[in-house]
Design a protein around this ligand. Sequence first.
Ligand code: PHE
Length: 342
Amino acid sequence: MTVEATQIAATRIAQAGVEAVDAVATLAELTALETTLLGKKSELSMARRSLGSLEPDQRREAGAAFNATREALGAAIEARRSELAAAEHRASMEAEALDLTRFIGPVNRGHVHPVTATRERLEDIFIGLGFEVAEGPDLETDWFNFGALNIPPHHPARGMHDTFHLDLGGPGDYVLRTHTSPVQIRHMRAVTAERGGPPIYAIMPGRVYRNERTDATHLAALHQLEGLVIDRDITLGHLAGTIDTFIKTYFGTEFETRFRPSYFPFTEPSAEVDMRTAGGDWLEIGGCGMVHPTVLRNGGIDPEMWSGFAFGFGIDRLAKMRHDVPDIREFVANDVRFLSQF
Ligand code: PHE
């Protein structure tokens, strides 16, 4: 080993080392490289250890060359370290940045189904008139759906309802309710139990089921809004006035209503309700009448002291008319192109 050879080696180690330091891309790689270049097993450390074979002043000279290499590498590593640290800091700041001024377009939130919206609007109107809202079960006993409403077994009026019978318990014990009128009975009994009896001003919205063919104006599962008023001296005039007020509030004052004589076992007298805009065609929207004394009695109410009226409207039909929907089946097709128009 000559001094000259060690000087050449020191220069080569320094050059190669600085190049490697500049090529490193991350702080972790730099730390690994630092060990390779300056650690106990590095080429530099090994070369230094071999200086023992030189004369003392040659050794000093060669040692100085290796020290210079060591310093050069150390300085290059520190410079690269602060460069990489700055770059990593910048990258993480960019990744975490939040632009609070960035505009995100309108969010499509969706909305309630048009039939639900109609039901809620109808509830609001009647709550505004002083009515309360009551509900009953979709699965009913034969007695609540028919018997209590003055429709005993084999009564011909059962033929008006195409009933879904359920195979639970005895034959003919349970049905999917064919109308919301059974809730009249449940509500009369609840009111009698809870506050001793009438007055009652209530609406009872809900889903009802009919085992019949669907078409543009009929659904097999539809929604009804039942109304029940029981107080002293209630007359047919109160019924007509309530329905007319409700129709004008929901559709507009240019709409009018009429009664056509009809028959329901649970009301006497009974009527069908039609509506139209001035000059337009009459359209049937439901049935109504004065509550039959037998029905009051089945609800636990004395017909000698109280009288009342009831009505039942198709909510889907009201929604169909309000929004000019040509086919009522659109409401259950769940096509977003239809639903998103509301
Ligand atoms: N329940 C009757 C029907 O579904 C409607 C109605 C309700 C008639 C209340 C009179 C009184 O057809």
